[in-house]
Design a protein around this ligand. Sequence first.
Ligand SMILES: NC(=O)C1=CN([C@@H]2O[C@H](COP(=O)(O)OP(=O)(O)OC[C@H]3O[C@@H](n4cnc5c(N)ncnc54)[C@H](OP(=O)(O)O)[C@@H]3O)[C@@H](O)[C@H]2O)[C@@H](O)CC1
Ligand SMILES: Nc1ncnc2c1ncn2[C@@H]1O[C@H](COP(=O)(O)OP(=O)(O)O)[C@@H](O)[C@H]1O
Ligand SMILES: [K+]
Length: 500
Amino acid sequence: MKILNVEQIRQLDQATITYEPIAPIQLMERASQAFVDWFMSRYDAFTPVKVFCGLGNNGGDGLAIARLLLQANYIVEVFVVRYAPRESDDFAHNHRRLKLLINPHYVENPGDMPTLRQRDVVIDAILGSGISRPAEGLVKMVIERINRAPAQVISVDIASGLQANQPNQSDDVTIWPDHTVTFDLPKLALLLPGNARSVGEWHMVDIGLNQRFIDQAPTPYYYTTEAEARLLLRRRERFSNKGSFGHALLLVGSYGKIGAGVLAAKACLRSGVGLLTVQTPGCGYVVMQTAVPEAMCRPDVDDRLLTGPSDVDGPSLADYAAIGVGPGIGKAPETARFLREVLTNFSKPVVVDADALNLLSANKDLIGLLPENSILTPHPKEFERLTQRWQNDYDKLELLREFAQRQQVVVVLKGAHTAVALPNGEVHFNSTGNPGMSTGGTGDVLTGLLTALLAQGYDPVEAAVLGVFAHGMAGDKAAQVRGQIGLTASDVVESLHWAW
Ligand SMILES: NC(=O)C1=CN([C@@H]2O[C@H](COP(=O)(O)OP(=O)(O)OC[C@H]3O[C@@H](n4cnc5c(N)ncnc54)[C@H](OP(=O)(O)O)[C@@H]3O)[C@@H](O)[C@H]2O)[C@@H](O)CC1
Ligand SMILES: Nc1ncnc2c1ncn2[C@@H]1O[C@H](COP(=O)(O)OP(=O)(O)O)[C@@H](O)[C@H]1O
Ligand SMILES: [K+]
């Protein structure tokens, strides 16, 4: 699903109005009805609702929402924040309609603000995606008062004061909603960690905007939906055998961190690989053979570090369909030397994670040795080491896109809404996963999983987008059973399920 910018959303509204055709006021009505349907499925008619409206189209939505809720017998009060003498046409239209049912309150100075109680639900329709400057004066005061109140807050389309696709300044005020209900497409701002407080939980409601316009609109940003991920998933052929699904090699572990390798190996096997060989330091040999009997184990010459295989007459690197390297390997110079050897002698895409990424950061010339379309899976700190510090999330996204394009690799920047940056400059944000996954080892699971997909012959771009989605989905399934707090990386492995 595409993520469009504010200007494109404006054009999209216009295209919908022209080609459907539909009157602008009807489009507002449709958006408001979609919000109300969402609202009524969660809050009953005894909920005291207080709708705060600005004077633009977001305010117009708020007025229409208030009317629709009143008609559904909800207890609604409306507060129009009169910060300027002008109002949008559709606001004015809905203002007239609402006044046939109730008299709104007008907030013109601080004394006009009502007391907001815990049981109140505030609907924030003060400012929407059309803001052109930070909230100030009366609007700022209202936002701050709402934020200080104990009431629940639901933002219409986007939290008032939050910019949809560019950074806010650190002292900008925005509503801090519990929920954001956004129209039709996700906005970039909703996906960025720095905006967590200004977004809350977010939800998308369909208002049927013009699909042809969306299909043609250029954007580097996408949001992976379940339907899109499902299309990438390959079924297994009836007359297949283990040779059909590739032989993967995982280079993992060091003394004290063999578990990272075990998690990666288990995830690789649970993700459809045909055959798996794991190379661990000598100290990991018995552990791996015991914990993961399905995997073959190739002990390292070194007992505690990953430096090179002891069976020098064994298969050569080129015999493997895919290699995953990094979980638990440490940063010893001997391991760096081995990583150099691997990257020099293997020409198919590799999955590079954890300390293998830190070794790339410490030895930047290794980056140039990465086979084209390799998949790098840094968390933000690892990505910063690979590149540089960033000013804000937008700056970070530019660094991410630039790195993936320059190096011609896929970069999976992990976190909530993991961002998968492609060599062609696109960024695909993930829609699955939960904070229960913020626990040691879940990244190692992703490495094993992605290595399995590459070994099966998935294109690296598809492997990354699909793999990140499936990993998050496993995390979500595990959280349903365990709850987020008790979730472990092993639960994520056990919840991997490739039929959906
Ligand atoms: N497809 C969709 O998504 C649909 C979207 N719809 C809805 O439309 C919303 C966008 O509406 P919008 O363009 O009128 O913008 P919105 O934010 O309500 O008002 C901005 C106005 O306020 C002003 N202003 C700007 N910054 C300011 C500030 N800091 N403090 C104070 N004032 C400020 C600025 O005027 P200015 O003062 O700059 O002349 C401008 O006129 C969107 O979020 C959604 O809710 C649906 O109805 C239909 C389908
Ligand atoms: N709040 C969150 N929401 C969604 N996914 C998360 C969240 N926190 C972590 N994750 C996921 O969990 C994994 C953590 O990986 P990583 O930080 O490398 O952990 P480790 O190194 O311990 O294995 C990533 O895939 C990340 O996207
Ligand atoms: K809003």
